[in-house]
Design a protein around this ligand. Structure first.
Ligand SMILES: Cc1ncc(COP(=O)(O)O)c(C=O)c1O
Length: 379
């Protein structure tokens, strides 16, 4: 469909084209010098001791769970208001996802009080999700984790470039994972990065990323090793050089892109307050530096979301829903007590995601808000 305003857009230029061509011409296509450079640059960007490029954030979260000691019989607490990959990664590790509620209809991240209520003797870890690129209450969550001796895994898929008290989201817990999927703030088409300051987690994740092998093809090509042992039944979650080349260029563009997203969010807030004051724009409080990955709003109670989406679509404006709560899906229904997730339920019914991408113009923002205003009036 030819949208007047799409939900998201990518910024790929001649820099990415040249970087990819250089890899193709080099003759070395998978995890090698370019991936190593990407990992080093990314680690330095977010102030982490270790960064491991992976196939995607879902694979990274799986590695994070296993490397943080999550296994069969364990429970991991996470928000239900997330993409299903967060919960699936816990399942891959053989553990059970336990869903917690969000803080409020203004702050759509996991609630520390709800985490505390969900803790049982089987709880092994907390997986937080920095929804839309806004920070969870990390000081409170780390305190709970310390008291109950739990690992903290950060699903920072939305939060590349975001921070709290000057410390990058993704580096507050034991291990964090970012996504570079095609609609993220920086992209490698498919891809992700695991970061940690814990050398044992880094070592375990490194081994498991490549079949549990003690040396890699690249080490042998460089003459650093001639054979290998296999010390764990690992996975193939490796990144290739083409995507790493893309990632290095995208990382350079990320700060300007995030800043532009922030300016657009400010403009949205002004226009929504003026033209559609009945629409709630979450994350109004001042807490840390967001990456502004998406722009969620809450429709007035009683306004049918599907009808608003259809009306906006008719005006050429793409909207979305982040997210159908995970506890509602057939596979997870039996895990959850929906009565314990009242804010998630309310939010999910009313949440609508508006277009947001760095090349969006102020005029496009106005079109979106005017279309939303008209769609709500029609109801
Ligand atoms: C919150 C969240 N977690 C995890 C993922 C999974 O990321 P990937 O597609 O890189 O596996 C996504 C992807 O959209 C996400 O939004």
């Amino acid at each position: 469909m030819n949208w007047r305003v799409p939900l998201a857009d990518v910024q790929l230029g001649v820099e990415e084209e040249n970087a990819v061509l250089e890899v193709l011409r080099s003759g070395w296509l998978t995890m090698g010098a370019v991936t190593k450079a990407f990992e080093e640059e990314f680690a330095s960007f977010c102030g982490a001791k270790h960064a491991l490029a992976v196939t995607n954030a879902t694979a990274g979260l799986h590695l994070a769970c296993v490397a943080a000691g999550v296994g069969p019989g364990d429970e991991v607490i996470l928000p239900s208001l997330t993409f299903v990959a967060s919960a699936n990664a816990i399942q891959y590790a053989g553990a059970t996802p336990v869903f917690a509620d969000i803080e409020s209809l203004d702050w759509l991240c996991i609630s520390p009080a709800s985490i505390e209520r969900a803790i049982t003797p089987k709880t092994k870890a907390i997986m937080v999700v920095h929804y839309a690129g806004y920070t969870c209450d990390m000081p409170a969550i780390l305190e709970i984790a310390k008291t109950h001796n739990l690992a903290v895994i950060e699903d920072a898929a939305h939060a590349v470039g975001a921070s709290l008290q000057g410390r990058a989201l993704g580096t507050w817990g034991d291990v964090g994972c970012y996504s570079f999927f095609g609609n993220k703030n920086m992209t490698t088409a498919e891809g992700g990065m695991l970061v940690t300051n814990n050398p044992e987690i880094a070592e375990k994740a490194r081994l498991l990323r490549s079949h549990g092998m003690t040396t890699l093809t690249w080490d042998r090509h460089q003459g650093h090793a001639s054979t290998y042992d296999v010390v764990a039944a690992g996975y193939n979650y490796r990144m290739d050089e083409i995507r790493s080349a893309l990632g290095r260029e995208q990382l350079k563009k990320l700060p300007a892109g995030n800043m532009r997203r922030g300016e657009l969010v400010t403009r949205y807030r002004e226009l929504l307050a003026e033209l559609a004051p009945e629409v709630l724009v979450p994350f109004s409080a001042d807490r840390g530096q967001s990456s502004y990955h998406i722009l969620p709003v809450l429709l007035p109670e009683g306004v049918e979301k599907q009808a608003v989406m259809a009306s906006m679509k008719a005006q050429g404006i793409q909207t979305s829903w982040h997210y159908p709560p995970v506890h509602g899906f057939s596979i997870y229904r039996d895990h959850a007590n929906a009565d314990l997730l009242p804010l998630t339920q309310t939010c999910a019914g009313r949440e609508l995601t508006l277009p947001l991408f760095p090349t969006m113009t102020a005029e496009q923002v106005a079109w979106v808000v005017e279309a939303l205003q008209a769609a709500i009036k029609e109801r």
